[in-house]
Design a protein around this ligand. Structure first.
Ligand code: PMP
Length: 444
């Protein structure tokens, strides 16, 4: 076949084969190797598009798991990065004014953040959130929720996308983790206030921290019940545990003040990443001054925090340029409008096709779960609900979309993103192609 979704040169296959010889699995991050897409070699990005070594071009609704809220290679961010360069004379000692400006803006924008530290990734931010929570409380246990992902480190590397028989137990996503580390993490069902109250009744005095994605986007989009968030706030406050919102995805994308602004529930610590710098490698940990100051009461301590590239000038420049654009241009208005369009029109499409589907999401994020029994407007609330999703259809229609030059990651439960660079025309093309793709996936 020909067209934007088809291979023309085989250049991708040759580079991917070279990659597999020298890079384990051929990719540099766990979920970049996608069944059926093993020859995908990216050569360029711009706006809402990316290109491959085979000369294909895709309209990108995967968006790198979320960073490019403004679109790939946003010209204003790119210019700021180029001007900042990759080094400053004093990098590695002292501070730059850019880091101060960025911290000042973040403290102003995010309700719970009195002080903030920069990292290079979201994983480092969640790692340090849990370390300082344990330091502050002198306690051992961490609570996380089934379906939430907080990065690659040991305390949180369990129970993200679990098979049905693994839900309810501890389900590590990796080998090589000490069992005593896994045992120090309690896994609870999301949106289950009763389970939270029971865990605190049984273990409250041992719980250092509760960490959650306020919207668990690593399994698409589970919207939090307001009463669940307030229960978390009440129980952690009563027990003296640290409440950590992992806003690596929700931060900046859903609101410049994060989900804590949307929900009005204020965590003790918050982690950021992704959309904060529109694709530059960034993370941040901010929150209550008394907790954050544990990182600084003497040089490097008492709670240790470090990183050669923290506050890297090109990353800080990217973050400052991103925040400026979020402030000065109708970015959220645009992506929310297109997101609403996609969700409304997909819902109508599936009704017309008589396909049992739930189109979920928030703002610029959308995902379609294929499952029966949901009334209009009703949404899944926990990972267990998502076990009813038809994974074959979820992945199948996305594989078919590739043939039309549209990219939604063909992996089960993965969300899709709209950026400021997407247009109504891109959405029209997505909707038309989705209908064709779903029809042919159903016929498979
Ligand atoms: N928290 C959440 C909610 C995430 O989605 C991710 C990344 N997908 C992380 C933390 C880890 O961030 P990073 O990949 O930058 O280490």
């Amino acid at each position: 076949s020909s067209g934007p979704g088809s291979s023309t040169s085989g250049a991708g296959a040759r580079i991917a084969e070279r990659a597999r010889r020298v890079v384990p699995g051929g990719v540099n991050s766990g979920q970049r190797s996608v069944p059926g897409l093993t020859d995908l070699v990216i050569t360029g990005t711009g706006g809402a598009r990316f290109r491959t070594a085979d000369g294909r071009e895709f309209i990108d609704f995967h968006a790198a798991f979320g960073p490019p809220l403004l679109g790939h290679n946003d010209p204003d961010v790119a210019r700021a990065v180029a001007e900042a360069g990759t080094s400053l004379g004093h990098m590695g000692v002292g501070v730059t004014e850019g880091e101060v400006l960025l911290a000042e803006q973040l403290v102003e924008l995010i309700p719970s953040v009195e002080k903030i530290l920069l990292t290079s990734t979201g994983s480092e931010a969640t790692f340090h959130a849990l370390r300082v929570a344990r330091a502050a409380t002198g306690r051992r246990l961490v609570v996380k929720f089934q379906g939430c992902y907080h990065g690659w480190h040991d305390s949180v590397s369990l129970n993200v996308i679990s098979t049905p028989e693994r839900v309810g137990g501890r389900d590590p996503i990796s080998t090589g983790i000490l069992p005593e580390v896994l045992e120090a993490t309690l896994v609870l069902p999301f949106n289950d206030s009763e389970a939270v109250r029971a865990a605190f009744a049984a273990h409250g005095q041992d719980i250092a921290a509760v960490i959650l994605e306020p919207v668990p986007h690593n399994v698409g989009a589970l919207l939090p019940h307001q009463e669940f968030l307030t229960t978390l706030r009440e129980e952690t406050t009563r027990a003296g545990s640290v409440l950590v919102f992992d806003e690596v995805i929700t931060g900046f994308r859903h609101h410049t003040g994060g989900w804590q602004t949307i929900s009005g529930v204020t965590p003790d610590l918050t982690t950021f990443g992704k959309a904060m710098a529109n694709g530059a490698p960034v993370g941040a940990l901010g929150g209550r001054a008394d907790l954050m100051d544990l990182f600084s009461s003497r040089p490097g301590g008492p709670t240790f925090f470090a990183g050669t590239y923290n506050g890297h000038p090109s990353v800080v420049a990217a973050a400052l340029a991103t925040l400026r654009k979020l402030r000065e241009e109708p970015v959220h208005e645009h992506v929310f409008r297109l997101g609403e369009r996609v969700r409304t029109e997909l819902t109508a499409l599936y009704q017309r096709l008589d396909v049992p589907a739930v189109v979920a999401g928030y703002g610029s994020v959308f995902v379609t779960y294929f499952m029966p029994g949901y009334a209009p407007g009703q949404l899944p609330g926990s990972y267990t609900d998502l076990l009813a999703n038809d994974a074959a259809l979820f992945v199948g229609y996305r594989r078919r979309l590739l043939e039309h030059g549209l990219f939604e990651l063909p992996l089960n439960l993965k969300r899709s993103h709209i950026s400021y660079a997407h247009t109504d025309d891109d959405v029209d093309r997505l909707l038309t192609a989705t209908e064709t793709a779903v029809r042919s996936a159903l016929a498979d």
